[in-house]
Design a protein. Sequence first.
Length: 215
Amino acid sequence: MTVIDVSPGSGWWTDILAPYLARTGGHYIAAVGDLADPKLSDEARKGRAAFEAKYVGHPQLYGDVTVVGFGRTSGPLAPLGSIDLVLVSRETHNWVTNGFIDKAFADFHAALKPNGVLAIEDHRAPAGADPAKGDGYIPESYVIDHAKAGGFVLAARSEINANPNDTKDYPFGVWTLPPTRRSSPFGQPPDPAFDHAKYDAIGESDRMTLKFEKA
């Protein structure tokens, strides 16, 4: 399979998928920060550089890893109809403003082969919640509706990543929970006095797990 991993971060999925694809005749593509975007943050530029330094140019371990720019003004992710699977792990909540979610789904739809798979996992907000709230959660119905509008069919859904103990009302959003365990607002140093115990007991977030196919 040829797989696009969207915004792979430090490479949690890369460590699993790239070696596997290399051994099975596949190809791993990372959709990362778009260097052609003048508004791309310094943090995103540094993140892309760190990813490339770790994974690109090490074929014996990771195979022929390719990177492609992905963002609000980026071009095609791959030649039309050439991708088997697009994986999106905990990213759709970042795409709510300025209609970016629709641009993203259009990019995925164009890249995927007929009946290609779009796999989405994300922190699940309560039904009817504001998707632009900014706490890291997004309603499952919002994701499904926008995917369908982008030409996808919901093929399957799973509760494998559900967590009924997640109350979704934390001082620093979903990032209060593990594995992030945030103890202060964004941009501020950690609070050594913050009590993580009750949040650690909840565990990781309640997550939707959705499989779409290109119609």
